[in-house]
Every structure is written in C-alpha cells, then in structure tokens.
Ligand binder design. Structure first.
Ligand code: ADP
Length: 511
C-alpha cells in the first residue's frame, strides 16, 4: 500500500470526529474507531444497526424525519442547523450534546451519507454561559437606565425647591453683595438641572421605553418655536440667530424632533463666541436636509468621530467645558429612532455645520391653514398682568418655595396641596385668575383635571401653567394642544414660568 492510501485508511479509522456512514434506510454501513471513544460501541457492534441506536429515544421520530428529508435533498451541511440542540446517545444510555456534519456520496446507484459526530457539551456550555452573560448585561443595563431615570426624576422636586428659593432670595437681595453669591448658586443649579435633564433623556432613550408617536409637524411652526426659545440666548451672548423658513412638514414625533434640534442648536450657541447661528432647509428630490451652521470654535477632524459617544467632550476647548457630553449621544439615539441621519462637518476656529437628513417618505408640504393658526398664537404683547394665582402642588416644600417666589413677584397666591383641596377652592375662582398646577397630583388625578373642573365651573377658558417632572411623557399623552395651557418641565426655569404666566394672561379671553 502506498503512503497516501495508508494515510487515508488511518485517517478514516481514527479521524478526530467519530464517523458513521448510513444508507437511505437509516442503517449503519460503516463506523470508524473514534465511535468507541465517543459512544462506547465498537465499530463492529454498530454495523448493520439502525442509526436510532445512537439517537436518544425521545428524539427518534424527529430524527427519522430528518433522515428522510436529507435523502430528498442531499447536500453537504450541518445537521439540524435550525434546531438549537442536537443530542446523541452513548452505549450506557447517557446523552451528550452533539455537533453533526453530513456529506452525501454515491457508490454506484446507492446513495449513502457520511456523518461526522463530535461532543459539543463544552461548546454548548460556553454558548449557554455567553447567552446568560448577555442577558445579564442587558438586564443590568436596563436596571442602570431605570435607576438613572428614577434618581434624576426624584431629584427634580428638591432641585425645583432650591431653584425657586434662589430666585426668591435673589429678588430680596437687591443689589447687595449677597446677590453675587446667589448668582453663582443659580449657575450651579442651572448646570445640575442640565445634567439631570440629560441623564433622564439618555436613560429613557436607552431603556427602549420610548415609542415615537408620529404626526405631521409643520416646520414653520417648529422653527418659530425654536427661534423664540433661543432668541434670548442669542441676545445674551451677542450672537445672531437666522432662521430661513421652509413651508414643509415632517411626519415624525414632535417631542423628539424638537429635542434633537434643541440639542444641536444648544451646542451651536455654546461653542460660538462671535458671529451667529443659521438654520436653513434644503429640499431636494423629495428628501429634506436641515442645516444648523455656526461660526464657532469648530471641532478638530480627529475628534469628529467620537463626539457622538456618551460623555465625550473635546478637551481642546480647555476651560470651555460647558456641558456633560450627553447632548450629541441623545441626538444620535433620537435620530436613530426617527430614521434621520445626522452628520457634522467642521473647520477648527471657523465653523461647524450639522446636517439632519430626513428621507422623502417623511416630508410633505405644510398645511398653510395649520401654519397660519400657529403663527397667530405666537406670543402677543403683554396687555395686562394677572394678579391672582391658584397654586396646586402636593409637594409641601415645592409649593411653599413656588408660593414665596410668586408672591415676591407681586402675585396673590392661594395654595392647594391636593386635588380635593383644589376642588374646594374652585368656587372662589375669580375672572382673571390663573392656575399653576403640578401634573401628577395623586394616583388618579392630575393638574389638568383641576383645570377641567375649573373650566366647567366658570364656563370660561381659565388659563393654566402645568408643571411636570416628566414633560415629554405628559406632552405625548395630550392628543392635541389645549388652548390657554402652557406645559413646563420641572425643575422649572423661573423666568420661563413668569414668561408663561405673562403670555397666558396677555392672550387670555377670560377676564
Ligand atoms: P456637551 O454637553 O459637552 O456639549 P455633546 O455631546 O453635546 O456634549 O457634544 C460633545 C462635544 O462635541 C462637545 O463637548 C464639544 O466639544 C463638541 N461640539 C458639539 N457641537 C459643537 C459645535 N457646534 N461646535 C464646536 N464643538 C462642538
């Protein structure tokens, strides 16, 4: 026998895997020596036996079907690729997880199948451990997101109190030295608020609990909203804000879309010292690109790839660490949820441009009537001031701080600590009064319920500011805008609260 033939014979007898050959009736026509190590049978014991001898009893009928199927469509393949677990039976009746590869061949007109069998117990154990580790990691990540969401949510109430007390003390301090300290304190409160908001947003997005709710969002309306939101920031920083309007609508989740643009605009203003920020829209072959360009400090090319990572901040900004590094991570998550693509180009020391590409399927021409209606409802001039406010807030310290702050601003406050107490106060509501209420009052009542009762009782459109620690969820739960109501997130910005009160009373037909 030549060397090649000898090697072939040895290899076949003692190949690393056990080898058996069966015919189309499932009879074993060959078994090599390795079967003894794996199954405890000698090759001679297996010869002419049904293959069932190597299959656990409970799996025999399934196995029979597989054999029939294989002979109908014979090809070299892994056995049971669609079955997660394959088992074989040893001579002593014990079982092991098996990996089986099948290869058909013909001798004359006879079709035979060679099966290479190996013990997969260890591999399966590792697979199971990997699956378990992955499940554990997913579970731990969810738990982390839940913890972050709960912690940042619960921190809102005390922060709200601190914020309102700071504003109240600032007012009392006048121009004294104390005012400087209080201004520093206000800045610290501001950055804590930003951090909390960002943590809450990212943990909500990561926990996978947000389902986008898509409606047609007219761009003229949304861009106008953003303009009025950022006008004061622009003025305070001596920057220009140019918004080039578009008549298009985007079918998307309003809250998330607003948040995405808000984060990008926030960055544009944060990282620009001179010049300004421009928003414009390009509508080409159906799809839309919203461009937000600034004339700011720019981003080095080698950092562009990482700026969407959580907590990543470009360190060359040195002392200019103005955020927490979550803004663009939120943008990335929101864009993924909405099906948009966000790209950034930049020139260091010159400019940064963020492009938001929106596929044609989401873009349509805005309904002019809807746009006109929203434009009409934009802030009117302050015509008169409200003097009495009914304040409904179940958290004692938040209520007292809000009361103190609003009293110092010249309002007469009547406080209610529960839905029931608010109901008792409603009959004494006078024309011109306004309601400031927490959204979540108790398990079955919200600030909106107080408002509904107030409107039913007076037959008038009583204006209201509704505050919530979970503004996005509240806004989503409202089917359509409620006239005469402003929603603000907690911890509320004291200026935004005063602004909302002024706007509502200026626009109110209830007097
Ligand atoms: P941050 O909270 O630090 O702003 P972001 O995730 O929003 O975090 O952004 C990540 C980093 O990308 C920022 O720290 C900043 O260095 C850089 N960056 C983002 N937008 C701009 C921009 N318009 N101009 C310059 N740098 C920017």
């Amino acid at each position: 026998m030549d060397e090649f033939a000898e090697i072939t014979q040895h290899l076949l007898r003692s190949s690393p895997d056990a080898m058996v050959v069966i015919d189309d009736r499932g009879k074993i026509r060959f078994a090599n020596d390795t079967v003894t190590d794996l199954f405890g049978y000698t090759p001679a014991q297996l010869l002419n036996q049904s293959i069932d001898i190597l299959v656990p009893e409970r799996l025999r009928s399934r196995h029979g079907r597989h054999i029939t199927g294989f002979f109908l469509e014979p090809r070299n393949r892994e056995m049971g690729a669609a079955i997660t677990e394959l088992f074989a039976r040893r001579a002593d009746g014990s079982e092991f997880a098996a990996g089986i590869r099948l290869a058909p061949f013909r001798i004359g007109s006879k079709l035979l199948v060679a099966a290479a069998v190996r013990d997969n117990t260890e591999r399966q154990r590792i697979n199971e451990a990997l699956v378990a580790a992955r499940e554990e990691a997913v579970r731990a990540n969810r738990a982390k997101s839940r913890f972050l969401a709960t912690a940042s949510h619960d921190l809102r109430q005390p922060l709200q109190t601190i914020k309102l007390l700071n504003a109240a003390m600032s007012r009392l301090a006048g121009e004294s030295e104390l005012k400087t300290f209080l201004d520093h304190q206000a800045q610290a409160i501001e950055s804590t608020t930003r951090l909390l908001n960002a943590l809450l947003d990212i943990s909500r997005l990561e926990s996978g609990s947000i389902e986008p709710q898509c409606v047609a969002v007219p761009l003229p309306e949304l861009l106008e909203e953003l303009r009025s939101e950022f006008d004061s920031v622009a003025r305070a920083r001596g920057l220009r804000l140019t918004v080039k309007a578009s008549r298009l609508s985007v079918r998307t989740d309003r809250v998330l879309f607003h948040q995405l643009l808000q984060n990008i605009l926030g960055n544009a203003f944060k990282y620009t010292d001179e010049g300004g920020v421009t928003i414009d829209c390009q509508h080409e072959s159906g799809s839309l690109t919203i461009r937000i360009a600034d004339t700011g400090i720019g981003i080095p090319p080698d950092k562009l790839e990482r700026i969407f990572d959580e907590y990543y901040q470009v360190d060359t900004h040195g002392a200019k660490r103005m955020g927490v590094g979550l803004g663009l991570a939120i943008v990335k998550e929101v864009a993924r949820l909405l099906g948009f693509k966000v790209t950034i180009t930049s020139a260091v020391g010159k400019c940064t441009q963020v492009n938001i590409d929106i596929p044609a399927e989401y873009v349509s021409v805005a309904d002019p009537a809807a746009v006109a209606a929203t434009m009409m409802s934009s802030p009117a001039e302050l015509s008169r001031a409200v003097s009495r406010i009914m304040l409904v807030e179940d958290n004692d310290s938040v209520r007292l701080a809000t009361q103190l702050f609003l009293q110092l601003e010249g309002f007469e406050i009547r406080g209610a600590s529960s839905f029931a107490e608010a109901l008792r106060m409603l009959p004494s509501l006078r024309a011109g009064d306004l309601i400031v209420a927490d959204f979540h009052l108790d398990s079955s009542h919200s600030g909106l319920d107080v408002l509904t009762q107030a409107r039913v009782l007076t037959g008038a459109e009583v204006p209201a500011v509704i505050l919530s620690g979970d503004l996005p969820s509240v806004v989503r739960s409202i089917a359509k805008p409620i006239p005469g109501v402003r929603f603000l997130g907690k911890p509320v910005d004291t200026n935004a609260l005063l602004e909302a009160i002024r706007e509502l009373t200026a626009n109110s037909s209830y007097s």
